[in-house]
Design a binder for this molecule. Structure first.
Ligand code: SF4
Length: 385
């Protein structure tokens, strides 16, 4: 499509070794799994060990905090699960302690992403305030649209999640929302977004359902359905500026860059993701807990025995990282969406194709290509009026 080519001239000009070209040495985000346990059983969940109660100890948290280098930019520490609140308030506060000097120095910012599997109480709100923790809540939309999010008995989580959100609002705490777009929601963008606005959030990120980890049976939306979702989302955003939609903001942010800015460093964050026992995987948090003899379960090291910066520096020794960089090269040479996408996510390639050397995936079709095509369609329609 001409409009797409015009606005997405390929931009990457980095040179040097393959790893240095594609992967940043300094993470901006560290994902920490305080527990594998999740009391919920969402139909699209990718976590294989969500029924197991395996909890991080303060010793592991101390090793993570000790590995955050003074030379790194401020790092976002994302507490993700399982259900991070399922570790319990007392243990969670114990896990925060090793990061305290870093947080006070402005070198660490905490974020917690809760699926609503444990109620957010006033005591939790006290902790969020005291440790300046940003809160993200997972909810897909109104009661009918949230039907994939259920507990282990198959009972809807909607009322419980809304009760947690009500507590956050009563306490005056802002919250972001992550929502999964399943195939049955692609025609419902306006309803979903109206719901989010009424919910009181100012930031929404949409994850179009994809086959990942334990969710190998899910029904991935088609690219045409995804295009409709993004077209409706762009239209909604034109008349509603009180909610930022991550994907819309990212695309418009990119389009607003000069060529020089597009050529600036946009290497992939290695996103070290640290399991309850200190094991580290790189590139995609979804790889944590996934078994693969080919890729040695994706384990890059363990913070109890390896220095975290050294684990990141040695990323190029990992077969899956090597394959990913080859795929990025192919993406750059063959795909017209590359300058915006920069090769998208590593994990989706493995989950869909069994190798990191693959290029196109459902994720990149539905979450990168579809929004671009939807915007191009809207621009063309406007031009031809
Ligand atoms: S990940 Fe997909 S959209 Fe991105 S450059 Fe590669 S093939 Fe293109």
């Amino acid at each position: 499509m001409v409009v797409v080519r015009t606005i997405f001239e390929s931009s990457r000009t980095n040179s040097g070794g393959a790893m240095a070209q594609w992967l940043a040495e300094q993470p901006k985000t560290i994902v920490v799994q305080p527990t594998t346990l999740c009391p919920m059983d969402c139909t699209y969940c990718y976590l294989l060990e969500r029924h197991l109660k395996q909890e991080m100890t303060p010793l592991v948290a101390s090793a993570i905090a000790a590995g955050i280098c003074p030379s790194w930019e401020p790092v976002e520490v994302v507490w993700h699960g399982g259900e991070p609140l399922a570790v319990g308030l007392t243990r969670f506060v114990e896990l925060l302690q090793p990061f305290e000097s870093l947080r006070r120095a402005g070198r660490v910012r905490h974020k917690v992403q809760t699926g609503g599997g444990r109620p957010i109480t006033d005591a939790w709100c006290d902790v969020f305030e005291q440790y300046e923790i940003s809160v993200g809540v997972s909810i897909d939309g109104s009661r009918e649209l949230n039907h994939h999010r259920v507990d282990r008995g198959g009972n809807p989580m909607f009322d419980r999640t809304m009760a947690s959100i009500a507590t956050l609002k009563r306490r005056g705490l802002s919250f972001a929302v992550l929502a999964v777009v399943s195939h049955d929601a692609t025609g419902q963008a306006t309803r979903v977004l109206d719901f989010m606005r009424e919910l009181g959030t100012s930031w929404v990120g949409f994850n179009v359902e994809a086959k990942e980890g334990a969710n190998s049976h899910g029904q991935t939306p088609s690219i045409d359905d995804a295009r409709q979702f993004w077209r409706d989302t762009f239209e909604w955003c034109r008349s509603n500026n009180d909610v930022t939609v991550r994907e819309v903001a990212n695309l418009f942010g990119f389009l607003g860059l000069t060529q020089e800015q597009r050529d600036a460093d946009s290497r992939h964050d290695p996103i070290p993701t640290i399991a309850w026992n200190g094991d580290v995987v790189l590139l995609s948090p979804e790889l944590l807990g996934v078994r693969s003899t080919t890729y040695d379960n994706f384990i890059a090291g363990n913070v109890l025995v390896n220095d975290l910066p050294a684990i990141v520096r040695r990323a190029d020794e990992l077969q899956y990282v090597q394959e990913f960089t080859v795929a990025l090269q192919t993406c750059k040479q063959t795909c017209e969406f590359f300058s915006f996408c920069q090769g998208a996510h590593a994990g989706d390639r493995f989950f869909e194709h069994g190798t990191f050397a693959a290029t196109e995936t459902d994720h990149c079709r539905n979450s990168v290509q579809a929004p671009v095509l939807a915007l191009a369609e809207l621009l063309q329609a406007k031009e031809s009026r």
